[in-house]
Design a binder for this molecule. Structure first.
Ligand SMILES: C[S@@+](CC[C@H](N)C(=O)[O-])C[C@H]1O[C@@H](n2cnc3c(N)ncnc32)[C@H](O)[C@@H]1O
Length: 214
């Protein structure tokens, strides 16, 4: 298990989204039985060493971590965190620990993780540039960010995303549908490799891949 210090930052919680947390697994269930579940499995199958997951939500990734990985999963929403803890208990996985913390202030030491995992999180964090700077800080030399993120479309779809962003954010607990996350990763000093471009829904382009600090 990660041997450094992890501060439990309960005081940084901003109340969370009780109802979104309550319906999240049901909203996702079809995708999880199909392409999303497959994408998680493929992304995480080979991870080893010290792994930090940001915005773990209800813990949808937990079952996909190999036993060899030592995982610290962070989540800032207490309602999500409660569900993640229940899932972890049901799975009886001892190689995963969960803490309350946002991605913008990771409560861990510099250069202390081999892998950071972000799935459907960089669309929602308050400050993606700060979160990415934190991810860079905590990765060891040679470490990588593994991601599955939905991103702003192109052409007409991009303009549609801009238009619906406020309403989408309201119903999706702050998710910004028009984030240009691939560019944000490059701007934050990562080399980005996209393994797959796919769609979560017809209107939701998704990028799956890895990013390594330059
Ligand atoms: C769409 S959910 C994705 C949950 C999970 N990663 C998954 O793949 O199912 C977005 C998650 O990001 C979390 N989140 C919101 N703001 C955050 C922040 N500033 N730092 C880290 N996570 C955040 C939310 O609480 C929520 O759990």
């Amino acid at each position: 298990m990660y041997s450094g210090r992890v501060n439990d930052t309960d005081t940084q919680s901003r109340g969370g989204h009780r109802w979104f947390a309550a319906v999240y697994d049901r909203l996702q269930s079809r995708a999880e039985r199909g392409p999303m579940g497959r994408a998680r499995r493929e992304l995480l199958a080979g991870v080893r060493g010290d792994v930090l997951e940001i915005g773990a939500g209800t813990g949808a990734n937990f079952e996909h971590y190999p036993a060899e990985a030592r995982v610290v999963a962070l989540e800032p929403d207490p309602h999500m965190l409660k569900r993640a803890r229940a899932r972890l208990e049901a799975l009886q996985r001892t190689n995963i620990e969960i803490r309350l913390a946002p991605a913008e202030t990771l409560p861990v030491e510099d250069a202390s993780f081999d892998i950071v995992v972000s799935t459907l999180v960089l669309c929602t964090v308050s400050d993606p540039a700060q979160a990415l700077a934190e991810i860079r800080r905590v990765l060891r030399p040679g470490g990588r960010l593994l991601f599955i993120e939905h991103v702003r479309g192109t052409g007409v779809l991009a303009r549609f995303h801009d238009l619906i962003r406020p309403a989408w954010s309201w119903v999706s607990a702050g998710c910004q549908i028009n984030r240009t996350t691939e560019q944000a990763m490059r701007d934050a000093g990562f080399d980005v490799t996209i393994e797959q471009r796919t769609k979560a829904m017809p209107i939701l382009p998704v990028i799956i891949g890895t990013a390594s600090p330059r």
